[in-house]
Write a new protein. Structure first.
Length: 156
């Protein structure tokens, strides 16, 4: 047990000291920020596509006059809710990984083998469930489903 502690201390002393303005560190942070921005953009795109598809299905149902098909408008809302939660979960995973990287950098424990490797903690299922219950997901899609139900009851 003591040998392991001694080896970790030796590795810490032998590790190069990275700084925040090192080009490799800046590029690594840029990679994480790009991934986070992409996931946030995908989440927003899910909401846009859900609105467009639900609206299109409701318009087609209204034109045909077959009210029992109005329930089909809820299918894209449910599917996009899950996809949106998935992107939000990935975004949270990448943010946590970036924070871990920055904490290791500031503590002086950053090793060269951690640069340019995007690692997440592997807790995607639990993060997905948290994201599905997030304020940025469920109120939007639940509201959309309520509007679909109201449209079926009132308009059709």
């Amino acid at each position: 047990m003591e040998d392991k502690a001694v080896m970790e201390e030796q590795e810490t002393r032998d590790a190069p000291q990275w700084s925040y303005n090192d080009p490799a560190v800046i590029r690594h942070v840029d990679i994480y920020q790009g991934l986070i921005a992409r996931m946030a953009g995908n989440s927003a795109a899910c909401k846009q596509w859900a609105i467009a598809l639900v609206s299109a299905v409701l318009v087609l149902v209204a034109n045909d006059g077959q009210t029992h098909f109005a329930v089909l408008a809820g299918v894209p809302a449910i599917l996009f809710a899950f996809l949106d939660a998935y992107y939000l979960a990935l975004e949270k995973q990448f943010r946590n990984a970036l924070n871990t990287f920055l904490n290791e950098l500031s503590a002086g424990y950053l090793h060269a083998d951690k640069l340019f490797r995007v690692r997440v903690d592997g807790k995607l299922p639990s993060t997905f469930l948290e994201s599905l219950l997030s304020w940025s997901v469920w109120p939007f899609y639940l509201g959309m489903l309520v509007l679909v139900a109201l449209a079926k009851l009132l308009v059709f």
